[in-house]
Design a protein around this ligand. Structure first.
Ligand SMILES: *[C@@H]1O[C@H](CO)[C@@H](O)[C@H](O)[C@H]1NC(C)=O
Ligand SMILES: *[C@@H]1O[C@H](CO)[C@@H](O)[C@H](O)[C@H]1NC(C)=O
Ligand SMILES: *[C@@H]1O[C@H](CO)[C@@H](O)[C@H](O)[C@H]1NC(C)=O
Ligand SMILES: *[C@@H]1O[C@H](CO)[C@@H](O)[C@H](O)[C@H]1NC(C)=O
Ligand SMILES: *[C@@H]1O[C@H](CO)[C@@H](O)[C@H](O)[C@H]1NC(C)=O
Ligand SMILES: *[C@@H]1O[C@H](CO)[C@@H](O)[C@H](O)[C@H]1NC(C)=O
Ligand SMILES: *[C@@H]1O[C@H](CO)[C@@H](O)[C@H](O)[C@H]1NC(C)=O
Ligand SMILES: *[C@@H]1O[C@H](CO)[C@@H](O)[C@H](O)[C@H]1NC(C)=O
Ligand SMILES: *[C@@H]1O[C@H](CO)[C@@H](O)[C@H](O)[C@H]1NC(C)=O
Ligand SMILES: CC(=O)N[C@H]1CO[C@H](CO)[C@@H](O)[C@@H]1O
Length: 813
């Protein structure tokens, strides 16, 4: 509300006797402690004060009313203390009013500038000026000043409490360090002059990347002197410097971090490009400078390639160059006895010469001289040319022994020589041109099939430049292709001379061969071959008397080649033969099992055993009456004949005869078969019934062996009559002779009896003779013989298939 209007309203009321004292207007500063005193000094009594405000807002003040004045205390002035404050004072019955307008201002601090300390050169930068706690704001004026020049002014209505006033500025280099000012003015009436305007000045900092980089210094320095290079640059913040040497090989070496680069005693390697790197937070820049070191030629090299020590015939390149410093020309010369002879010269830093095939005379000193404006340099090279260390190796070495028909390669190897020349010769120095294979460092003499004619000494000669060397090998050939062959000239008959022939076929050299005959492990005969110019069949004959013990004997023919160098397995070959000895049958034996004396019915085996070679034929026969009956023949050494059950007539002589183509041999044995008497028959002639005085012949037959004893007795008598032949003669019989008779046929194996009746009819003429009287011993013997004869006869008769009894009759007389 307008205070002037208010005053107008109140004025008519104020026309009183008492004066109320109150300033009509006060200006307070925010934060201050201020008092407003309302007094009515004219009132004699205690005045009653009432404070009110026009704008109805709390005042946050305290009042202290005394008798005639009241003090309103503003402990700390605030913006909203702005108001129209009414003081109503009552003195007695009189009341007076007074009003005061309270104005408040706030301008506590100087403006604050920001953004001034990192301005970017040439760019739009925003600087800010900040003012705060200003009141009343509408009376604020802010100005940016550069020196005394106002650049920008802000005034008018603002809102808020703190304010930022931008100033857009594009600085140049010269602005760096210059002051910029922000001035704030609060145009309040009654404000003290020193509080009305506040300003802040700050120096501006303009930042820039390095620029205007310059490197200075001397660019050509004599060797050994010192060198200073300086790097200059602008930029903020102050840039850092880095010196780097850029080497020709692309490497870079940091040299220092100062603005100046100082080098003492400059060497050749110091020549080159130096770069100064300048950098700060905003960027970097660089500049470089080339430094030349002035020096006489250096690093002058003379080099022999591939090397300086050479072999005769090698190729060499001698090159001369000077690489240390620039050189105008180089000269390559030969120096002999201190006198130089130029070989080659070139403009520039290098020259070279190539010798395709060096000679021993090329040995010596070579000089390379390099020149430039500052002087010259000389280097030397000793070239050494040596003869080749030629070595020749011939394989096989010295001597080689090999079999005819095998293959041979004589390999000659040259070492120590780059281009050896080979030639082959025999001992008569005749060159060998065929069968050669030469290839680089090796030459081969090839024999696909070695013949006897290839024997000889071969020489491989190698030439290398001025050197010549040779090696020789003697080739020896032998022939011993097969195992020997042993032959027997004919059948080996016991007791005769046997001839064995051993042949070693196609052997060479025969005089070095030996044929050794061996009987098992025993050496029995040795024969040595004699000289021959070619291969021969070498034969040895071994003869000796053959004995039966030699059967199956192993005779070996061992052929030995006594030649040095022949492999052991090829130097000996053998052939063997197993003797087969022929002989006629011998020691033929005949054996009878179990016994040669047997009883009829027993079993007997007759075996023949013979020894002969080849095995012959064995015949087993029985001898009978001077003739032989074959019982069995066999082709083996042993013959076995078995009679399962023998009979008497199996008795006899048995002969085994073995024969082969060389003869025969026999042996015999006698077998006797025994049997007790049997099949006894008694025959009585003329009859058993006779007249007195007649004779009777009793014929007794029996089968037995050994021959039996025959006893005749009359059963009622005690007399026995013996007969060996079984024939009894009874003469002049009498009736008393009538009776029963018994014949007892006995051998030690047993007996057999026969009983028979004889009856004699009486005839009264002659006196009868007694039984005993007519036994005549002589007759008995005869009868005995007859009986034996009968036995034999019977055995024969059977073979003839009939009986013949006439014999009995004959012997019975
Ligand atoms: C000079 O010779 C040396 C040794 O052979 C070689 O390494 C170098 O590269 C040569 N320099 C020039 C410029 O030919
Ligand atoms: C070269 O050879 C000569 C004589 O043989 C010798 O005196 C000299 O020292 C040698 N020089 C070199 C660099 O080997
Ligand atoms: C050398 O070879 C020649 C021709 O091949 C020949 O006539 C001569 O017998 C050989 N001499 C010797 C020792 O082998
Ligand atoms: C050696 O014997 C073999 C076989 O019997 C024959 O072919 C060859 O001709 C003989 N050689 C000589 C040199 O007699
Ligand atoms: C037995 O051998 C001898 C003498 O060799 C001979 O006289 C005899 O006749 C042979 N006997 C037979 C039966 O062969
Ligand atoms: C012997 O007698 C037996 C019967 O007892 C007869 O079988 C056999 O043939 C006779 N032998 C002879 C030789 O008479
Ligand atoms: C009987 O035998 C005797 C003597 O041998 C003889 O003398 C006699 O004459 C015989 N008698 C008859 C009848 O044959
Ligand atoms: C026959 O003779 C033998 C031997 O003399 C005798 O042992 C046996 O008893 C005789 N036999 C008879 C029947 O008399
Ligand atoms: C012998 O004769 C007598 C009387 O005649 C008789 O009994 C007996 O059997 C006869 N014996 C023989 C063996 O004939
Ligand atoms: C001749 C003979 O001796 N006759 C005798 C036969 O036997 C009788 C009786 O024993 C005898 O008396 C005979 O003398």
């Amino acid at each position: 509300m307008d205070s002037a209007l208010l005053l107008t309203l109140l004025l008519p009321v104020a026309v009183v006797s008492h004066v109320l004292d109150l300033p009509s207007q006060v200006l307070f500063k925010v934060g201050d402690r201020r008092e407003l005193t309302c007094s009515m000094s004219s009132c004699p009594e205690k005045v009653k004060f009432v404070w009110t405000t026009i704008e109805d807002r709390p005042l946050f003040t305290t009042t202290d009313s005394r008798d005639r004045e009241s003090v309103m205390v503003f402990d700390s002035v605030m913006k909203n203390h702005e108001n129209i404050i009414l003081c109503k004072a009552t003195c007695g019955k009189e009341t007076k009013h007074a009003a005061t307008t309270v104005k408040v201002y706030s301008f506590p601090k100087n403006p604050v500038i920001s953004g001034h300390d990192s301005l970017k050169l040439g760019e739009e930068n925003v600087l800010r000026c900040e003012v705060s706690s200003i009141h009343p704001l509408e009376l604020l004026e802010v100005q940016w000043l550069y020196g005394d020049t106002v650049l920008q002014t802000y005034e008018g209505e603002f809102e808020g409490d703190a304010y930022s006033f931008p100033f857009i500025f594009t600085p140049s280099n010269k602005d760096d360090g210059k002051a910029i000012t922000c001035r704030a003015s609060l145009r309040v009436d009654g404000i003290p002059a020193d509080e009305m305007t506040k300003e802040t000045s700050v120096p501006m900092t303009v930042l820039s990347a390095p620029h205007n980089v310059k490197v200075s210094g001397v660019t050509a320095v004599p060797l050994g002197s010192s060198l200073t290079l300086t790097c200059e640059a602008e930029g903020k913040p102050k840039p850092a410097f880095t010196w780097t040497a850029l080497k020709p090989d692309g490497q870079s070496v940091e040299m220092g971090k100062h603005q100046d680069l100082f080098m003492q005693d400059v060497s050749l390697s110091d020549a080159g490009t130096y770069q100064c790197d300048v950098s700060n937070d905003l960027g970097s820049q660089k500049a470089s400078i080339s430094v030349v070191v002035q020096a006489p030629p250096m690093d002058t090299l003379i080099v022999a390639s591939p090397q300086s020590t050479l072999k005769e015939g090698d190729s060499v390149s001698i090159s001369c160059n000077s690489s240390g410093v620039p050189v105008t020309h180089v000269v390559l010369s030969r120096r002999v006895n201190g006198v130089k002879t130029e070989i080659m010269s070139s403009e520039g830093a290098e020259t070279s010469v190539t010798i395709d095939s060096v000679k021993l005379a090329d040995s010596g000193m070579f000089v390379c001289e390099a020149f430039n404006d500052y002087g010259s340099q000389e280097t030397t090279l000793n070239l050494t040319v040596e003869a080749h260390l030629l070595e020749v190796a011939l394989q096989p070495d010295d001597e080689v022994v090999l079999e005819k028909g095998s293959s041979l390669i004589l390999s000659c190897q040259a070492s120590g020589c780059p281009q050896p020349k080979f030639s082959w010769k025999n001992l008569s120095n005749m060159p060998i041109l065929s069968r050669l294979k030469t290839d680089g460092f090796r030459s081969q003499l090839v024999f696909d099939l070695v013949e006897l004619e290839d024997e000889g000494t071969y020489l491989c000669e190698v030439t290398c430049g001025s050197i010549k060397k040779s090696k020789q090998t003697e080739v020896k050939v032998f022939s011993f292709p097969t195992s020997p062959v042993v032959k027997n000239s004919g059948p080996s008959l016991v007791g005769e001379m046997m001839k064995l022939t051993c042949t070693a076929q196609e052997v060479f050299p025969a005089n070095l061969f030996q044929i050794l005959w061996m009987d098992g492990e025993r050496e029995v005969h040795l024969e040595t071959g004699s000289f021959s110019s070619g291969t021969i069949n070498l034969t040895s004959v071994y003869s000796y008397h053959v004995n039966t013990e030699d059967q199956d004997k192993r005779i070996t023919c061992k052929v030995l080649l006594e030649m040095r160098g022949v492999p052991a397995d090829q130097a000996v070959k053998t052939a063997s033969t197993t003797l087969s000895i022929y002989y006629p049958p011998r020691a033929t034996s005949i054996t009878v099992s179990p016994l040669t004396e047997l009883k009829e019915g027993e079993s007997v085996s007759i075996s023949c055993l013979s020894d002969s070679f080849p095995v012959g034929r064995t015949v087993l026969s029985r001898v009978m009456n001077g003739g032989q009956t074959e019982l069995m023949t066999s082709d083996g050494l042993e013959t076995l004949f078995t009679i399962p059950s023998v009979e008497l007539d199996d008795s006899g002589v048995y002969v085994c005869e073995t024969s082969n183509m060389y003869g025969s041999h026999n042996n015999s044995v006698e077998i006797t078969v025994k049997a007790p008497p049997r099949n006894t028959t008694v025959e009585i002639f003329p009859s058993t019934d006779v007249q007195e005085g007649q004779n009777i012949t009793i014929c007794c037959r029996s089968v037995s062996f050994p021959p039996p004893t025959v006893v005749l007795n009359k059963l009622d008598s005690e007399k026995n009559v013996y007969s060996l032949d079984g024939v009894f003669l009874m003469i002049n019989l009498t009736p008393n002779d009538t009776g029963l008779y018994q014949i007892n046929v006995t051998n030690y194996l047993g007996y057999e009896t026969e009983i028979f009746n004889i009856s004699v009819l009486e005839k009264r003429v002659n006196p009868p003779l007694g039984w005993n009287d007519f036994l005549i011993p002589a007759i008995c013997l005869g009868v005995a013989a007859a009986l034996l004869g009968v036995v034999v006869y019977v055995w024969r008769a059977r073979k003839k298939g009939s009986y013949d009894l006439t014999k009995c009759n004959l012997s019975t007389v």
